[in-house]
Design a binder for this molecule. Sequence first.
Ligand code: SF4
Length: 340
Amino acid sequence: MKKENIKNLTQEELRKKIIALREPAYRSDQILSWLYVKGVKNFAQMSNLTPELQKKLATSFYISELELAERLISDDGTQKFLFKLEDDNFVETVLIKATGRETVCVSTQVGCKFACKFCASGKKGFIRNLKPSEITGQIIYLKHKLKFHVTNIVFMGMGEPLDNYFNTLEAVKIINDEKCLNIAARRITISTCGITPAIKKLKNLNLQINLSISLHAADDKLRSSLMPVNKKYPLKKLISEVQSYFEVTNRKITLEYILIKSINDSKKDAEGLARIAHQLKATINLIPCHDVAGKNLIAPNKDIIDRFVKYLRYLKANVTLRASKGTDISGACGQLAGKK
Ligand code: SF4
């Protein structure tokens, strides 16, 4: 009999399997705690389960662990991890350190179908969705194997999280659940290129997680040229859905804006961006464009960046300029590509 990866079961499915094994339901909480709080590798280590149950579990299930293929450490302390998956695909994960926080940037897909011009993940095309165990597995490896004190999670690695909606949400449940990884919803951020039907579904769950929109342009023509997804979900539709998300959840929205020389760094671009930010009561996160091999897009010089920031502030927009982290190891925003 082919064994099943226990970490791919939803919490409800695990509970049902335990009951089907004629065990009390509370056993499923004990198992979750062993898997995620203690990070054990086999059922024999689950010492508060009966030996019979340990045996039954080992007959039907296995406990997966990602395999680390490469680890790179940047001069600024950012670390990038290349993980090999069971089917020999690869994904990357980034750990970003700042005072008082260790943030893990997780991947949700191998490759990506959305082909944003400034992104290395999109360049490779889409291969497959990650399973919940492969998403949480990135965090478990860093937390249990490498002993990082993981405080925050951002879904900004390879892939579009809302294009892998079900598995991303299952992973969010595990990350957030106090019986599992116990990271507060307010410390979890999902970043999306703007898949409006999925934002709508997410809104209806009314989770207290943060939503970040990869905006990168404030008019449809330019945005569609940088992000083909905009043709399907244009700005008007996106802004109205995000506005509704804000009204229901009351969670602050962030607009990610990669600043690209002579493409989206003009006064008019800043005015459009400020207008959208006001409409959504959002914070703008500016990121100078990073090198992506083979792409002809670069960051404006410092003077232009400073002028752009100053003008946004003059327009009363709430803006932060994100310091580039991990560029020397291709671990910065838009640079993750998996195995070359
Ligand atoms: S920016 Fe996000 S949605 Fe766009 S190609 Fe890269 S991973 Fe995909």
